[in-house]
Design a protein around this ligand. Structure first.
Ligand SMILES: Cc1cc2nc3c(=O)[nH]c(=O)nc-3n(C[C@H](O)[C@H](O)[C@H](O)COP(=O)(O)O)c2cc1C
Length: 178
């Protein structure tokens, strides 16, 4: 292999450094679901995501950042709706299942308890809190697509602690901790 040009070396170094920096930023973990009606019956799809961000309260908007080559994204852009289930501290297995290849994820959706959201029909899983969203806007951002959705349904299920993702692993915290 030839030498990597200097500009590329910088890009590679920043990419690695960015990973090292961002792994210290604790997030919650959610499963985002959508579906495709390209064939009948409807085919549901879902993905583990930690890029959920609150964008605006009036109107109520949230964003997700999804890899542009993800087949999940094709389904979401087609249906224009999605549901977000914020996982609880005991749901590490769900987070792992929905970060697997698409076929495994679809199979899991057939067996796990889930019900279609009233506003969108996208599946909601057992969660601490949930939202249903309708497509509002998107921004192409490098190898990801930043998707902004309007919140059209939401709820808090109970006071269980949420699952935390930090330094490449899943963690639990007590709700009384600061
Ligand atoms: C904790 C966690 C958070 C993740 N967050 C995102 C995310 O915000 N956006 C994203 O595109 N993929 C995210 N992923 C990766 C996806 O869950 C999934 O592995 C990958 O996109 C596979 O998609 P594909 O089958 O469409 O290739 C995350 C994975 C984990 C375990």
């Amino acid at each position: 292999m030839g030498e990597v040009p200097a500009a590329n070396q910088t890009a590679v170094a920043v990419k690695d450094d960015l990973r090292s920096v961002m792994r210290n930023f604790a997030t919650g973990v959610c499963v985002v679901s959508t579906f495709s009606d390209r064939a009948s019956p409807r085919r549901h799809n879902a993905l583990t995501v930690n890029s959920l961000t609150s964008v605006s309260l009036d109107p109520p908007l949230v964003s997700l950042n999804i890899r542009r080559d993800s087949t999940f994204l094709d389904d979401l852009m087609e249906s224009q709706v999605w549901a977000i289930s914020i996982l609880d501290a005991e749901a590490e297995d769900l987070a792992r299942i929905f970060s697997r290849p698409e076929q495994d994820r679809r199979k899991a959706l057939c067996t796990l308890p889930a019900e279609p959201g009233k506003e969108t029909g996208a599946l909601l899983l057992d969660s601490v809190a949930w939202m249903e969203c309708r497509y509002r806007n998107h921004v192409v951002a490098g190898d990801h697509l930043l998707i902004i959705g309007e919140v059209v349904g939401l709820g808090v299920n109970d006071s269980r602690s949420p699952l935390i993702f930090l330094q490449g692993g899943f963690h639990r915290i007590g709700l009384d901790q600061v």
